[in-house]
Design a protein around this ligand. Structure first.
Ligand code: FES
Ligand SMILES: [Fe+2]
Length: 480
């Protein structure tokens, strides 16, 4: 049964109490959350990471890959988390399956990375399995104690899909994916994630806890401090924001749900209220008097610098906007969206007009518990994913997926996809905005290790996405 959004409180500030939450006394004191406070051991202790690997990652639904990464029967992607390795494989045109990546003979890992196979063959002694996991060949089987085919079959991991994402869970008793994701599938429906494909995917090692990597993208409170150029005409000016500029900062309150949470950038703090919702027409560049140029510059900067969220069509729409005659009764932001829609429809995209309430519900960025972030948007989106790097709590693998909706004619088209990987994010050519974000990872970690620092003191309005992650994790960590 799916829980409807109406039944879930939409509060900013302190997260509401949900059935299944564990009482504070169930949590060891050193890891106990307090009001908008998160003790640092939850980030720094190897023992805490061990618990997360045992209890959180084995019992939640995790994004393993995109469906387009498995274009043909036999295509597989290996998904590793902690010491677990899972093979996700296209078993047939309509079915995707997942198995523990371990040979039934002596345990050898069966497949690495990604590729395409006719059957799964162990690299050690050559036992073989069909793509449905059934045993196909045991060399000299008569020499072995008789065992059923069932005993020799690969051990399944549950795999389900939503929005073109393939999720896996190692918990055979986990609730169905759509229920787990609630209310995300309903709120994201207008954005057609199933019709998006990966434009690029880059993974980097970051010198921080896997949650620190995500936390930096779970609030926009840092924007004025970390990305001062975003609202400036001169984007090369990355000097710290002046007090006058801070006056115009954007406010991004957070909303928490039973498992997931989001923030929503809704406008200048002094002019907005918590009831306001995200409005995609409200974009701009401070100090630029011509509203057309103000909107166009902010769109084009994101398109050029981040290479995601915007795309070639929104860039061209922004270019046209600069000199366009904005129709009576419309503002520059609204006209931008109209130009973008016209280009999209003309170029073969399914591009319905999304009502304001749906944009408002969607907000800006969601934590898909536990380790994924999605930025709801029409046409182009980002997904971020973080995983622990081995058993070092101060290291993680962080990945950015830039996704674009494709024209209707390309829905069935297969595409080649190679993710890129960089040991050092400074080699990954990620642009100014991402580089600024990722630079924080090490600084936060170094500072958190200081004996003077005990834990995060979070904003009850703008950082409860971070708090909520820990509240939800407690349900997995401290309940049986
Ligand atoms: S370990 Fe796989 S066939 Fe021997
Ligand atoms: Fe940022």
């Amino acid at each position: 049964m799916s829980v409807s959004i109406e039944s879930q409180p939409r509060l900013t500030g302190q997260t509401p109490w949900f059935e299944g939450d564990v009482p504070a006394e169930a949590v060891p004191e050193k890891y106990r959350l307090d009001r908008a406070y998160v003790p640092k051991g939850r980030y720094l202790d190897p023992e805490f990471l061990k618990l997360e690997l045992e209890k959180v990652f084995t019992r939640t639904w995790l994004v393993a890959c995109r469906e387009e990464e498995l274009p043909g029967v036999g295509n597989y992607v290996e998904y590793e988390i902690g010491s677990h390795s899972v093979i996700v494989v296209r078993e047939s045109r309509t079915a995707i399956s997942a198995y523990y990546n371990a040979c039934r003979h002596r345990g050898t890992r069966l497949a690495k990375g990604r590729g395409r196979v006719g059957s799964l063959i162990c690299p050690f002694h050559g036992w073989r399995w069909n793509l449905d996991g059934s045993i196909r060949l045991v060399l000299d089987r008569e020499e072995f104690v008789p065992r059923t085919d069932e005993d020799l079959g690969l051990v399944r991991v549950r795999a389900e899909t939503w929005g073109g994402f393939v999720f896996i869970t190692m918990d055979p008793n986990a609730m169905p994916l759509l229920e787990y994701l609630d209310p995300i599938p309903r709120i994201f429906e207008p954005f057609q994630y199933q019709n998006m494909r990966i434009r690029w995917q880059k993974g980097v090692i970051l010198p921080c806890n896997w949650k620190t990597a995500l936390d930096g993208f779970l609030e926009a409170y840092h924007v004025a401090g970390t990305h001062p150029q975003l609202f400036r005409f001169d984007k090369s000016n990355t000097n710290i924001a002046s007090l006058a500029e801070l006056e115009n900062r954007v406010w991004s309150p957070t909303t928490t749900y039973e498992r997931h949470a989001h923030y929503s950038s809704i406008g200048q703090k002094k002019n907005t209220s918590a009831d306001a919702g995200k409005d995609p027409t409200a974009r701009g560049t401070n100090d630029v008097v011509d509203p057309r140029l103000s909107v166009a510059l902010s769109v084009q900067y994101i398109a050029d610098d981040m290479r995601g969220l915007e795309n070639d069509r929104s860039w061209r729409a922004a270019e046209a906007l600069k000199t366009a005659e904005v129709p009576e009764g419309m503002n520059a932001g609204e006209y931008m969206l109209q130009l973008y829609r016209e280009l999209s429809v003309a170029e073969g995209y399914d591009w319905p007009e999304i009502p304001a309430e749906k944009w408002a519900d969607a907000g800006t960025a969601w934590n898909v518990f536990p380790n994924t972030i999605l930025l709801p948007n029409q046409g182009s989106s980002f997904m971020y994913r973080a995983r622990p790097n081995g058993d070092d709590p101060d290291s993680c693998v962080f990945e950015i997926f830039s996704l674009d909706q494709v024209p209707v004619a390309d829905y069935g088209r297969k595409r080649d996809h190679q993710p890129e990987f960089f040991e050092d994010f400074r080699d990954a050519d990620l642009g100014e905005v991402f580089t600024q974000d990722l630079m924080n990872a090490k600084e936060v970690t170094v500072g958190m290790h200081s004996p003077s620092f005990d834990g995060h003191r979070l904003s009850e309005d703008q950082e409860m996405t971070i708090y909520n992650h820990h509240r939800v994790a407690d349900r997995y960590l401290w309940s049986e």
